[in-house]
Design a protein around this ligand. Structure first.
Ligand code: PNS
Length: 159
């Protein structure tokens, strides 16, 4: 069974991420969306909220699961029999850092496969979504409905 991982912070997940998950699920038998548990960096959403939102979004895909990890991604892959890291590349600006990580992860024993992000979502990032939502901008069509609702609730609770 060919397994891949889509790693990230997903604070929160966007349609850009979901597009990459779907494409990974077409190419691999089993896909794990692995949410980085970063103890030092607190985000807008808790780990539990991020996992709940992603789990809801990937319900239609029987070969996608959601998990968390900390430590090295390459170790997580080896421990879980995952042979590939599957990521989206939005623009040249992503490339330098992604190449560096891919080469290091390759040295650590796990290859990375990139897909070109759907142009419809190539300008999207979790940070820009949070920025727009914070100032009351409309992010519907860019994030799933459950994420949009959670963003409004979380931001109004914080203000
Ligand atoms: O969504 P992000 O924050 O851009 O995702 C970055 C992520 C989680 C893919 C990256 O930081 C990562 O893999 N972290 C785990 C620690 C690790 O393995 N670092 C070495 C990378 S070569």
């Amino acid at each position: 069974m060919k397994k891949a991982v889509c790693p990230g912070s997903f604070d929160p997940v966007t349609f850009g991420h979901l597009d990459v998950f779907e494409r990974a699920a077409e190419q691999f038998d089993h896909v794990t969306v692995a949410v980085l548990h970063n103890g030092t960096k607190s985000g807008l959403f808790s780990m539990e909220q991020r996992i709940e939102m992603i789990t809801e979004c990937v319900k239609p895909y029987p070969n996608i699961i959601v998990d968390t990890f900390n430590g090295l991604l390459a170790d997580y892959c080896k421990e879980n029999g995952i042979s590939a890291i599957f990521k989206g590349l939005r623009a040249v600006s992503d490339f330098d850092y992604e190449l560096q990580m891919a080469q290091m992860n390759s040295r650590l024993g796990v290859d990375t496969l990139f897909v070109a992000t759907n142009p419809e979502y190539s300008f999207l990032s979790s940070s820009i979504i949070k920025e727009i939502a914070k100032f009351g901008g409309d992010v519907s069509g860019l994030v799933p409905e459950n994420v949009n609702t959670a963003l409004k609730a979380q931001l109004s609770a914080k203000s």
